[in-house]
Design a protein. Structure first.
Length: 200
């Protein structure tokens, strides 16, 4: 099975058939898809200027989408490297029990669904790398009361998400499943209350 870099080379290779280049970009999302496969694909297509169902997009647009994905992947891999080094040091110092950020991180290892968007058409508009930097910054500071990506305060608890965890606070503005560790207990309580008000 081809790795991310091998697939990226195929996307860039002008000698490859255009269908293969498009397919290779889609396959890259099996390796790294911050919003989940469908939402990340929708995001990349809209930012690069071709339709999700376009079978013969402009090769330059495919490469632009790949470059955005690669930049975001570099941001995430740097975070994972720092995370691994921190856990190694904590274990060396006798801290064996991981915290809530660590629990969340285990579910997102490799970058799949780190900013999960259950509705593939609702996702942040900013470049993926910007979104991931905001999310990482939120994970590294004290919990807050708003979405770490768009600063929206309309958080609604949703059940039956096509992700693990299958429930949690979703930002009504940008569509991401907000990681629990970045929110205060009061913000989580408010999101649950919003869910109850919507179903009442």
């Amino acid at each position: 099975m081809a790795g991310f870099r091998s697939l990226a080379r195929q996307v860039r290779d002008p000698r490859c058939d255009l269908a293969l280049r498009r397919y290779s970009l889609r396959k890259c999302l099996e390796k790294f898809a911050p919003y989940g496969h469908r939402a990340t694909w929708d995001h990349l297509c809209s930012r690069a200027g071709f339709g999700p169902e376009d079978r013969s997009p402009d090769p330059a647009r495919l490469v632009a989408a790949l470059e955005e994905l690669e930049e975001a992947r570099d941001v995430w891999l740097a975070y994972e490297s720092d995370f691994t080094e921190r856990r190694r040091k904590e274990k060396h110092d006798g801290l064996r029990r991981p915290g809530s950020v660590d629990d969340w991180h285990r579910m997102t290892w490799g970058g799949f669904g780190v900013a999960w968007c259950d509705d593939p058409r609702v996702h942040p508009d900013e470049p993926l790398a910007v979104v991931l930097r905001r999310l990482i910054a939120a994970l590294e500071r004290a919990p807050g009361s708003s979405c770490p990506v768009c600063d929206g305060e309309r958080l609604v608890w949703r059940y039956g998400l096509d992700h693990e965890p299958s429930s949690g606070p979703v930002c009504a503005d940008c569509g991401i499943l907000v990681p629990l560790p970045v929110l205060t207990p009061r913000a989580l309580e408010y999101a649950r209350r919003e869910r109850l008000l919507m179903t009442a």
